[in-house]
Design a protein around this ligand. Structure first.
Ligand code: SF4
Length: 346
């Protein structure tokens, strides 16, 4: 792959401004993989987490649909050959979709280097959906969304989920890590609010993992943000700031000691929830971010039945656009506001 590991899977990593654009132009000109594919095969969830729009009745009624079976061969033909990464599960629960192993093996057949699944894990724990089948199909990583590390907090913030199933899944993951080692990664996605912040104190974040003989490989801590209507209304980050060292800082310190990758906000960045997105990031996202759901694929004028991702980019003069941006770049006048936090990776 390379060109700095395809610009660190198109998050562009620590590559500075103009170089990101040059890198993307290089990937495009050499007809290399250029897209991060983010796929929701179903728009539904088995849970009603309080911080999520699935807790809102009217939003829930808008979200529906399952990706038709005949989309799979089209993705294989026209999207996956251009994908640096496939992220299954972005804004809904992917394990409700029955063909995930097939989806993964089609992506792997096309040489997609990294395939990750984001899930609440409840159906995996019951065995109704087989994680082994997914790993055997080529899954590289599971991202487990958890909003609490003790029974009371977990079940309160994630209505519909059972803490015992989380523990069962962690036991399964422990066995899987023994079998697959570094070929398979466990990532934790923990959204922090004023209630579950206590789970980051002392040893509370780690206990459920230690008790089952396995630790995550990557941890993402992100403060709650308003991303639509939900049951949760407390977006005040003052407790996170006053208690930073004994909570977020506490988890960061242990992760660093264990050599676990941790992506977490710095104390300073908690004040910067809305940050500006530079012109180079905006164009990179416009070109390389490919979202697929039952109701949309990539762009409104992209027709997966008749064209592939590369021919679409060619039709839109992407090489010329990139060169123009490289020559003009550096200004922040075109900056957009994004809700992405400035996370620090340690
Ligand atoms: S599991 Fe994820 S998608 Fe489902 S309700 Fe919870 S946060 Fe939302």
């Amino acid at each position: 792959m390379n060109i700095y590991r395809a610009l660190k899977y198109l998050g562009a990593g620590a590559v500075p401004g103009r170089l990101k654009l040059v890198g993307l132009w290089g990937l495009y000109s050499l007809k290399r993989r250029i897209a991060g594919v983010y796929l929701d095969p179903v728009l539904a969830c088995n849970l009603r987490c309080r911080m999520c729009y699935f807790s809102d009745r009217s939003k829930r009624s808008e979200l529906k649909g399952v990706m038709p079976d005949d989309t799979l061969p089209l993705l294989e033909k026209n999207i996956f050959p251009y994908a640096v990464k496939l992220q299954i599960g972005c804004g809904a629960e992917p394990t409700l979709y029955k063909n995930i192993p097939d989806l993964i093996s089609r992506a792997k057949k096309c040489g997609v280097p990294y395939v990750s699944l984001t899930t609440n894990g409840q159906l995996l724990a019951t065995g109704k959906v087989s994680l082994h089948d997914m790993i055997n199909a080529g899954l590289n990583e599971i991202t487990l969304s958890i909003h609490g590390t003790d029974r009371e907090t977990y079940e309160y913030l994630m209505p519909g989920a059972e803490f015992d199933k989380l523990l069962t899944l962690i036991k399964q993951l422990s066995e899987i890590k023994k079998e697959y080692g570094t070929r398979f990664s466990i990532r934790i996605n923990f959204t922090i609010n004023s209630l579950n912040i206590s789970n980051l104190r002392d040893n509370k974040f780690w206990k459920i993992w230690e008790d089952n003989g396995v630790l995550p490989d990557i941890i993402q801590l992100r403060p709650v943000q308003k991303i639509g209507e939900s049951d949760w209304n407390d977006f005040d980050l003052s407790t996170l700031k006053t208690d930073y060292d004994s909570t977020i800082g506490n988890v960061i310190s242990r992760a660093q000691r264990e050599e676990i990758t941790i992506i977490a906000p710095t104390l300073k960045s908690l004040d910067e929830v809305a940050t500006s997105q530079g012109a180079s990031e905006a164009i990179i996202e416009d070109i390389s971010y490919c979202y697929v759901s039952p109701s949309s694929i990539y762009k409104p004028d992209f027709d997966i039945r008749v064209e592939n991702l590369y021919s679409y980019l060619k039709r839109h003069h992407t090489g010329y656009r990139l060169i123009k941006s490289i020559l003009r770049q550096t200004t922040s006048r075109n900056a957009n506001v994004t809700k992405k936090l400035n996370y620090k990776v340690s």
